[in-house]
Design a protein. Sequence first.
Length: 179
Amino acid sequence: DAYRVFDDESFLTLAVQNAHFIKDKFLVSEQLMHSYKNGETKIQGFLEDYAALIDAYINLYQATFDEIWLHYAEKLALYAYQNFWDDEDELFFFTDKNAEELIARKKEIFDNVVPSSNSIMARNLYTLGLILEREDFLDLSKLMLSKMKNLLLKNVDYLTNWACLATQMLSKTPEIAIV
């Protein structure tokens, strides 16, 4: 974001370095880890980790047009769907199905200072769906947003990122193809 706003190459260089560091140190067998210290990763990633990294990789792709970041975003989104998705509620759990077993697996849906992991994932799926022409991602995003419709109509105060997604879906997204 800083690179886009200030057009300072040093921000983009730092972003690419950080993206490589996360890819090389935090991704273990296609699974994202939550923390890294002294050469060691600990704790399986939570949905917010996947959502934020997918968002970062999408943004990095849009800044560099290096497709590697788009492919990593897609792979992470597929992993999240396979390991966090709840078929019953049609939203994502906060924890991986392969993580340490908890008494209950919760879902984070309300946006606060930081948007909820589900709202970020819904926006990620929408953006990836448009860029990659993946109807399955677009459909998932629409399904997730439809689950929030009643809450959005009653009180948008804690659903601002969901409201942004609804606005994106209602207005045409300009697409520019550079060949």
